[in-house]
Design a protein. Sequence first.
Length: 319
Amino acid sequence: MPSDAVLARTPGAEVDPDDAAEHCYALTHRLSESDLRRRFAAFPVPSYRPTPAQTVFHADSRRDKPDVTVLNCGRRSGKSVGCAAEEVDRQQRDMVDKLRGRGRWEGDPHPTWERGQGRSPEPFLHYLSVAPTYPMLGPNKRAAQKMAGGLVSEGGIITSQTDQTWWYLGGIRRDWKSAERPERVGVGEGVDGISIDEAARVKPALWDDHAQPALADHGGWALIRSTPMGKASWFYRVWALGDPEAANDIAESTGEDIAVDPHARCFHWTTMDNTAVPRLIEWAERMKRRMPLAMWRRNFAASWAAFVGQCLEIGRAHV
């Protein structure tokens, strides 16, 4: 069995995409389960120091293990970094649970990653990360790269990378997709988890018709986050799954009855909750004096009601 030094000499980003699964399989099977767990236990990276808001988010998620987690956050509030750390932690927990037959795999352990009958090994676990456009995936990729420590050759847990697919030790595959064509997200395969960034900016069909059904095969989890864009969006509706007050608000305004889901959890952060960025609070307060108040409340305070009863003209668009 090789040491970490042997793993560190392996290639990563330059692996042929057609060989990525095989490459990940070979590296994973050089490690025992205890070695694999030890490798993952070092991440998220020690340099990650969660803010108080992020600490509550991680602790509650570990305790409650929700199916659906919704974060309504201000700009620069730390949602991308916090969610990247959470995703690494959830991947590790899912991997151990599946190996040992716990949680979603209760009574059905998979003590090793088997090749299966296909030409290339199927993922042991499969996740999707989605943003409104491909360029908007950039911050999430950078955060994910940091939280996973980079490639195996750099001491991390990522075995290979392309623009659209990353493989991690343990047989974990993460696909990066744009929401511009919702019908191409989650079609034809089940996934173990999905992460949707800036959800208020994507079409409702992404969640209801494509992403959510893809979670049914394995009882997968969803991590949905955004800065709000008012209440007339599917993002507010999914927020209401974990917020009785929002569910009542929707019922009163539209007549739609949304049942609060005990397996959904909601978190709200403002920009001012991000204590990790020096002077961020000061600059946000300065901007409050330079921006329309409704716009400031939406972007920095993550207020749902920022434009209620108002007509704010931005160019030719009315919100």
